[in-house]
Design a binder for this molecule. Structure first.
Ligand SMILES: C=C(N)C(=O)O
Length: 126
């Protein structure tokens, strides 16, 4: 089997990975941060709402390229560098999905690539 993986034009990769891998019935999305948005050059350090918005813009661009919608998202993982940003992230997050919301895990980690404050990844059912 050869891997089927794809990249989206509006998003950069901060390492050796693709934006999404097609695993048959499921699409596995790489984690996205505001640092991976090609047309966002401003420093968003500390602005968790804006960083969450941009991370979702990246994910939704990848979704559009793959021909899937938010209703097909079955699992989301959110990584924060501090749980002090939990509520601010949720305020943006809740606008991105219709109820019933997909399953989610949210954890705090020591650091994220390129100094991001939030990274979001997800699994989508085709
Ligand atoms: C941002 C990433 N997904 C990474 O560095 O793996």
């Amino acid at each position: 089997m050869s891997r089927k993986a794809f990249n989206t034009k509006t998003v950069s990769s901060s390492g050796p990975y693709s934006h999404v891998t097609d695993a048959g019935d499921y699409l596995y999305f790489s984690g996205q941060t505001a640092k991976n948005r090609l047309d966002v050059t401003e420093d968003l350090t500390g602005d968790i709402a804006k960083q969450t918005e941009v991370a979702f813009n990246n994910l939704f661009d990848v979704m559009a390229d793959m021909g899937v919608t938010e209703e097909q998202v079955v699992k989301v993982n959110v990584y924060l560098t501090t749980m002090k940003n939990f509520e601010a992230m949720n305020e943006v997050y809740k606008e991105k999905f219709s109820a019933p919301y997909p399953s989610r895990t949210c954890v705090a980690v020591l650091e994220l690539p390129l100094g991001a404050d939030v990274e979001i990844e997800m699994i989508v059912k085709k």
